[in-house]
Design a protein around this ligand. Structure first.
Ligand SMILES: NC(=O)c1ccc[n+]([C@@H]2O[C@H](COP(=O)([O-])OP(=O)(O)OC[C@H]3O[C@@H](n4cnc5c(N)ncnc54)[C@H](O)[C@@H]3O)[C@@H](O)[C@H]2O)c1
Length: 430
């Protein structure tokens, strides 16, 4: 186990001595939200950042506003060695999150706030969990929407029994499963007290998208079909059965109904239902409204429109100082990843058995949509490096769900084809 450092002292955002030295690995788009959150916390000071991009490094060091970082490194290892950090945010793309987590754990940081998705595959999640367990580091994954007031208040209503037993949840995943619907699945689990999923069935659409992506970092979604360094589908639909009996549906990308962006959700209970509004409600929309105990009038619990980044960081300090479990624990994030991976596996196995099931892949009119599912190995460029990784899409050996309960069972001992997707035979197949 790595030796823990005592908390160091420097000047925090409120001018008082800070108890925690913070560093940021990957200082692109989302690191702004981390910086703003940390800046509001007198207990911490952001002392350094690491980024492979010289332009990013220069920008951060030259700024005098809240988004400036006093010391920037080209090498994460150098930053970790020299800065004696207590907390690091890992704001790179997910493909290198396991590697960065291992580096930070080896350097003895006390807590890591890793952005979502936790990794691109379950093997990556497990590397992160193992590294954190070995060094005794608190590992948190940035599903910050759990801290948004409208979800907190919705959970309070549910827990009070106001809508009875939760039967069904309808959620929307915005852009793609791995990067965006990870929030949706995490929020559903939040409302269900971290209930575990029993099975998932799902479908994926890969028709060409006309979507535009913000030109942040190194993303070139339009040209590459990839986002944050991993392949993305253009639409996805999933049904998830939870052990409590609740069932959820998630629609994302081009399968999501228009006007359902910003992670809204509807929760149906045995005695009523509630609607959680989107991140940025329009004037006619409510942050949260409910019909409880089958009364005909709506109630409108007050809910602030907070970002949740400060709260997730504050909860890290609370756990470091008083113990307990962080609501955004890496264990919870791994289960979210199992569900998403289960979705991909369902699609991959259905595709392998197209003749038996009548399932057509790629769907008529698609642009050879099998591409993303069919390539076990893919390359991504993260800054100055190009690496190859197992594709998250067909799943690896770590999948929880080989198939849905509603689909024919795979025969045990299904054979593998290539280094990625497993090809099983369906019961009844010749
Ligand atoms: N929690 C949320 O709501 C939320 C919102 C947006 C993005 N994200 C997640 O945050 C992550 C980053 O997204 P982004 O929009 O900031 O991406 P980005 O491309 O803007 O930033 C990534 C940064 O990492 C740097 N980088 C690449 N390789 C590196 C390395 N080896 N060492 C150090 N730095 C390196 C890049 O130069 C870049 O500046 C993604 O996983 C994304 O899904 C989360």
């Amino acid at each position: 186990m790595t030796a823990r450092r005592a908390a160091t002292s420097s000047i925090g955002s409120a001018g008082a001595p800070a108890r925690y030295r913070v560093g940021i690995i990957g200082c692109g788009g989302i690191s702004n939200s981390h910086l703003r959150g940390y800046r509001e916390m007198p207990a911490v000071e952001v002392v350094a950042g690491a980024d492979v991009s010289e332009a990013v490094r220069q920008d951060r060091q030259s700024r005098t506003d809240e988004l400036g970082i006093p010391m920037m490194y080209a090498s994460t290892a150098d930053m970790l060695e020299r800065e004696q950090l207590d907390i690091v945010s890992i704001c790179t793309w997910p493909i290198i999150r396991p590697e960065m987590t291992e580096l930070a754990c080896r350097a003895g940081v006390r807590a890591i706030l890793a952005e979502k998705p936790m990794a691109v595959d379950l093997a990556g999640c497990d590397r992160m969990l193992a590294a954190a367990a070995h060094s005794g580091t608190l590992l948190v994954v940035g599903h910050q929407r759990r801290f948004r007031d409208r979800y907190v208040k919705a959970k309070e209503l549910i827990d009070s029994g106001a809508i009875g037993q939760v039967l069904e949840i309808t959620g929307y995943g915005s852009a793609d499963l791995l990067s965006s619907a990870t929030h949706t699945v995490d929020l559903i689990r939040f409302l269900l007290n971290d209930d575990e999923a029993e099975w998932v069935i799902g479908q994926i659409d890969t028709r060409r998208q006309e979507r535009r992506n913000a030109p942040t970092g190194y993303q070139r979604w339009e040209e590459t079909g990839m986002r944050y360094g991993h392949h993305v589908e253009t639409g996805a639909f999933a049904m998830i059965q939870f052990r409590s009996g609740a069932r959820a549906t998630v629609a994302s990308g081009i399968l999501q109904r228009k006007g359902k962006g910003g992670w809204p959700m509807t929760v149906y209970g045995s005695k009523g239902f509630l609607e959680v509004g989107p991140d940025r409600p329009e004037e006619v929309q409510d942050a949260l409204r409910a019909r409880v105990k089958w009364k005909s009038e709506w109630i409108y619990p007050e809910a602030r429109l907070n970002a949740g980044f400060k709260e997730e960081a504050e909860a890290i300090i609370a756990v470091l100082e008083r113990g307990g479990e962080h609501p955004l624990s890496a264990r919870a994030a791994r289960h979210v990843h199992e569900i998403l991976n289960g979705h991909f596996r369902v699609v991959a196995s259905a595709r392998a058995h197209r003749p038996a099931t009548g399932f057509r892949w790629p769907p008529p009119g698609s642009n050879g949509g099998g591409r993303a599912l069919n390539r076990p190995v893919w390359a991504t460029s993260t800054g100055e490096r190009t690496e190859e990784h197992d594709s998250p899409l067909p799943g690896g050996d770590h999948c929880l769900w080989e198939h849905s309960a509603a689909a024919p069972a795979l025969i045990p001992g299904a054979t593998r084809s290539g280094s990625g997707g497993r090809r099983g035979r369906l019961a009844g197949d010749a």
